[in-house]
Design a protein around this ligand. Sequence first.
Ligand code: COA
Length: 178
Amino acid sequence: MKYCQLRSGQTLVIREAEKEDASRIIDYINTVGKETDNLTFGEGGFGITVDKEGEFIEGISKSDNQLMICAFKEDTLVGQLVFTGGSRPRIKHAGEFGVTVLKEYWGKGVGSELISYLMGWAKETQIVRKINLRVRSDNHSAISLYKKFGFVSDGTITREFVINGKFYDSIHMGMEID
Ligand SMILES: CC(C)(COP(=O)(O)OP(=O)(O)OC[C@H]1O[C@@H](n2cnc3c(N)ncnc32)[C@H](O)[C@@H]1OP(=O)(O)O)[C@@H](O)C(=O)NCCC(=O)NCCS
């Protein structure tokens, strides 16, 4: 658990997700899916049940190269980050993360706090040596955020997203952890 002070002076609590959070995480996913077209899912989330989400969270918390963290402002879930490391020996050191923040809280430093938590955790694991992410090539604010942390482009993948019949490229970005 980590307490952070946002620029506004508000306190944010970041902690690892627990199985009991499954239901509110699904509500959160459904909300953020409606608020942006920059994610791999839209309105309606990605159709996971509370039980499956609970199992997913449990699997992550038992794993040594996966992380799901939630950011709370008082009792409201305002941001989330999920990092999934490889499951086989030769790719266990690398993984990809996704981060979201409730629209009402954009630009207040929540995303930055989640990413710094991830980086601190990754160093502590002594397992994770590469953090990857994918971002829509026109998601300029997210790209600036990642660059601010030192992520660099590993290349562009064409047609990675399709939204309402239109294709979008993505940039794969990464950071080596030593
Ligand atoms: C991307 C996202 C996670 C960022 O979270 P956030 O809490 O708004 O980010 P922060 O307030 O910590 O980040 C601020 C940084 O982002 C960048 N940024 C934010 N808004 C920006 C804008 N409008 N233009 C340019 N850069 C911007 C800046 O680098 C800024 O750093 P600074 O505050 O030091 O100037 C959040 O906007 C979000 O959930 N967006 C929708 C989903 C999404 O795009 N997820 C990422 C998918 S790859």
